[in-house]
Design a protein around this ligand. Structure first.
Ligand SMILES: Nc1ncnc2c1ncn2[C@@H]1O[C@H](COP(=O)(O)OP(=O)(O)OP(=O)(O)O)[C@@H](O)[C@H]1O
Ligand SMILES: [Mg+2]
Length: 309
């Protein structure tokens, strides 16, 4: 009987110990469950915050895209305004250039009329005068059609172009103005065309801006020479543009590319030339810098990738 009682007591206290352990485990489990619940809540909150941030991000991205589009439109307007300003300036020179073929046409037709009136109507001779007149008509048409394409607000398309030919065309538009001011242009171009992917009209604007700036800078210079070199390296086309003027005013090397920065008198310059130039070259994935040439004068240096990435 005592045996049985002792056994029973042992079993009872073992059971009490097990119950207590079980109780502890239950409490621990409750704790874990509570923790898990809290983690779930935190996760839910984080998820909500994330959704908020994402929608914010989407709005910001849309806003940035809208701003970019606006900026692009402004830049296009600026380029167009710059072109019209250049066009206005060119008009005087062009009037002069057109005067020449028109005079010649007058002369050749006058000759033909004289020949007929004097009864010396040798058809071969008259034909020759008329052919010469026709050639001058073509020259005049070429000048005008060139100006018309330049002035048009064409949508900007990029294609392979010979940048050396673009420079030559810009010079030919300025020829009269440069000649009247005794400005010489020296060109160091390779025998083969330097082909870049670009927009000929926009690049022509770049070179016209650089030419007009050089023209203005050398107004009081003793020696007036613009030296242009164009070279094709492995994957970049390089153009240097140098004049014999006083150079960029010290400390302004960066500011000259800012819109509306000008040292010219009120009404003489808008200060847009170089900022438009900078924008166009950037759009061509190129770079432009300016420095003082060791022998004096401003030296502009341009690089274009020969292939667009
Ligand atoms: N070749 C140069 N030599 C010396 N200074 C220059 C030369 N090119 C530009 N600059 C300086 O940079 C300034 C800004 O040139 P930019 O072409 O932007 O404007 P602008 O010529 O003054 O006016 P715009 O071109 O709008 O008629 C000029 O006013 C001038 O001070
Ligand atoms: Mg200018």
């Amino acid at each position: 009987m005592i045996h049985i009682l002792a056994d029973y007591e042992k079993d009872r206290s073992r059971l009490a110990g097990q119950t207590e352990r079980l109780d502890n485990s239950r409490r621990a489990l409750m704790h874990i469950l509570q923790d898990a619940h809290q983690s779930n809540l935190r996760l839910e909150n984080s998820r909500k915050a994330m959704i908020h941030i994402m929608s914010d991000l989407k709005e910001t991205t849309a806003e940035v895209q809208r701003r970019e589009q606006e900026l692009r439109e402004k830049q296009e307007q600026l380029v167009q305004a710059g072109k019209l300003a250049t066009l206005g300036e060119l008009t005087t020179g062009v009037a002069h250039e057109l005067n020449n073929p028109l005079n010649n046409i007058g002369l050749f037709i006058g000759n033909a009329i004289d020949l007929i009136e004097l009864g010396m109507a040798d058809p071969q001779h008259i034909l020759q005068e008329l052919h010469s007149a026709m050639q001058q008509v073509r020259k005049a048409t070429e000048i005008i059609s060139h100006l018309r394409t330049f002035g048009r607000a064409a949508s900007v398309s990029f294609e392979p172009i010979a940048v050396n030919q673009v420079i030559e065309r810009a010079i030919s538009l300025m020829q009269e103005q440069l000649r009247l001011r005794q400005i010489e242009v020296e060109m160091h171009f390779p025998a083969e065309d330097v082909i870049v992917i670009g927009n000929a009209i926009q690049l022509e604007q770049v070179f016209l801006n650089l030419l007009t700036n050089a023209r203005d800078a050398m107004a009081n210079a003793a020696r007036k020479v613009i030296t242009i070199t164009c070279t094709a390296k492995t994957d970049v086309g390089e153009i240097s543009f140098r004049d014999t003027g006083p150079g960029i005013p010290a400390g302004y090397e960066q500011r000259v590319f800012d819109p509306f920065f000008t040292t010219k008198e009120v009404g003489a310059g808008t200060g847009l030339g170089l900022s438009i130039t900078y924008g166009i070259i950037k759009e061509h994935q190129g770079t432009i810098t300016v420095a003082h040439h060791p022998d004096g004068g401003a030296l502009f240096f341009i690089q274009f990738p020969l292939r667009r990435s």
